[in-house]
Design a protein around this ligand. Structure first.
Ligand code: HEM
Length: 522
């Protein structure tokens, strides 16, 4: 056995080596790329690797050494990390015409079977078809149609938390998943053990593991995909095989469910029924691939829309435990508008900046611990570019370090502090060039998150509802001393707080009554 495995490895390494030599012998002109950590000759013996755990922190450290644009060449894969808002703005926003593609992700798309996620597609006509369909259903003028769904699930959350708040992630995931599943598939999520939530949960674990560029060597050296799964060190192949089954199920099962319900006349109106009906009306033969686009778009909405919103809400709970005065201020703002215990907030309360402090709490939750700390990888596909006198070669993967941008002390003073107050005085902020609303947490240019309008609405209604009826605080030990919560975040594509302890108490008997009423309201 070992002889065979070494044979494979040698063949792959020799192939890679020969490729590099060929490229070099073509006598490429030496380009002056931006500075970065040294990689050895030909990129073969690496002195540096892209970090796998919390890469945003390592990149932020590199900023101190190499500056805000850091260049690496890993196995002939040029990678550029952007560590400042200015660089991200200059390249990913202003030059988004050439910085909006995505690199090939062998692990996620090819081996794991997540090629259906349009978030990973290169910037081409096929991608635009997906993005346009998505935009049709999630643009600002459409998302208010989903307020009733969001309100219902925010209230179910209040009730579920009253019974048990020990598994916060579970309850919030139920809320965020239920909203997207109802909008996309017209599916009503069961309170416990919903088949589709469980399925996506398992499948998405793989996506978040493989989502940050640099995690898997096979993304740099695609030839490694041919390594047999049984070989020592080929764990990635074994994992990929497992996740592939889940990916296929996540893509197909809920879609088939809607089609069956349509055939039996029991389907609820949703994104898929709307799209399928218009496809049938316009003639399937005129556009044979539209069925695939519909299926992909629904699955991408689900993959991208559930755990992201979950993370921000979990961060909000953690911040409220740690910063009780912020919590009181936000609650006071609600009670100025809706007297305590009178009724629960609804979207009508949001208009005209009436509850603007809540908006600041949301933006600070998004900034303090961004969900996506390294943007999905952008890719410059068409041609070489020049920036600040450096060459950015065609074929460079470009990573926006959202964490570094939102924790730049020159822009967000005292960045580790959760302080929604920082956004209050917009005039002074503008004059001093500090504390802009951190929209960067939703990414850049033409690939900016198209689900952000829905996300902000969900986060708003959940936060306003929770604050109106619950106090979130530290737990106390047997001697009555407050226990500090664990403040630790997961690595991976969607970063969220690891479990932490907190107390959740209804504010008053009136609040408990309001929560109980949601059983009949929702
Ligand atoms: C707090 C919640 C959310 C955050 C922080 C967030 C953040 C992001 C970020 C950083 C990107 C990558 C942008 C880039 O490449 O520059 C992205 C892409 C994307 N997001 Fe979100 N997102 C959130 C919620 C949602 C929701 C609710 C949906 C769907 C309903 C969604 C759908 C998508 C899609 C489809 C893409 C891929 C866009 C493309 O490649 O064209 N996101 N998101």
């Amino acid at each position: 056995m070992p002889t065979v495995s070494y044979g494979w490895l040698s063949a792959i390494l020799l192939g890679t080596f020969a490729y590099i030599l060929r490229q070099r012998s073509r006598g490429q002109r030496k380009q002056q790329c931006p500075p970065g950590p040294p990689t050895s000759w030909g990129g073969l013996k690496l002195k540096v690797e892209l970090p796998k755990q919390y890469p945003w922190l390592t990149y932020a450290k590199w900023k101190g050494i190499y500056g805000d644009i850091v260049f690496l060449n890993i196995f002939r894969n040029p990678v550029l990390v952007l560590n400042s808002a200015e660089a991200a703005q200059d390249l990913l926003e202003k030059r988004s015409a050439i910085y909006s593609s995505r690199p090939v992700r062998t692990m996620q798309a090819e081996l794991m079977g997540f090629g259906f996620l349009f978030s990973g597609l290169p910037y081409n006509a096929w991608y635009k078809q997906h993005r346009n369909m998505f935009h049709k259903h999630f643009q600002p003028k459409v998302v208010p149609e989903y307020h009733a769904i969001q309100l219902k699930h925010a209230r179910i959350l209040l009730r579920n938390l009253l019974h048990d708040h020990s598994n916060l992630d579970h309850h919030i995931r139920r809320t965020t998943a239920a909203i997207v599943l109802e909008i996309s598939y017209g599916h009503h999520v069961a309170d416990q053990g919903d088949e589709y939530v469980t399925l996506a949960d398992k499948a998405l674990f793989g996506v978040t593991q493989s989502g940050v560029f640099g995690t898997y060597m096979v993304d740099y050296v695609p030839l490694l995909k041919h390594v047999p799964a049984w070989m020592p060190g080929a764990e990635f192949k074994r994992n990929a095989r497992k996740w592939r089954t889940l990916a296929t199920q996540m893509l197909n099962r809920p879609f088939e469910m809607v089609k069956e319900r349509m055939e039996s006349g029991t389907a609820e109106g949703c994104m898929i029924t709307t799209e399928l009906e218009s496809w049938f009306r316009e003639g399937i033969d005129n556009d044979k691939s539209r069925g695939t686009v519909i299926k992909d778009v629904a699955a991408t909405a689900y993959a991208a829309g559930s755990d992201t919103t979950l993370s921000t809400l979990a961060t909000f709970f953690l911040a409220m435990v740690l910063y009780p005065s912020v919590q009181e201020k936000a609650r006071d703002e609600i009670f100025k508008h809706i007297p305590c215990g009178e009724r629960l907030p609804s979207f009508g309360d949001r208009g005209d900046g009436q509850l603007s402090y809540i908006d600041y709490v949301i933006w600070e939750s998004l900034r303090w611990h961004p969900v996506v700390n390294i943007s999905l990888a952008h890719y410059i596909e068409e041609r070489n570019d020049e920036y600040r006198g450096y060459t950015i070669p065609k074929g460079t993967t470009v990573l926006g370090n959202i964490w570094a941008i939102t924790h730049d002390a020159a822009v967000y003073p005292d960045p580790e502090k959760f302080d929604p107050e920082r956004f209050v005085n917009t005039r002074v902020n503008e004059e001093q060039g500090i504390n802009p609303i951190p929209e960067v947490v939703f990414g850049f240019g033409r690939r900016v998150c198209p689900g952000r309008f829905l996300a902000l609405d969900t986060i708003w209604i959940v936060i306003a509802s929770v604050l109106a009826v619950y106090r979130i605080s530290k737990t106390v030990d047997d001697d009555g001393n407050e226990v500090e919560p664990n403040v630790e975040y997961t690595s991976g594509l969607f970063s969220r707080p690891k479990p932490f302890e907190f107390r959740l108490t209804p504010l008053s008997d009136g609040a408990t009554t309001l929560i109980a009423q949601t059983v009949t309201d929702a």
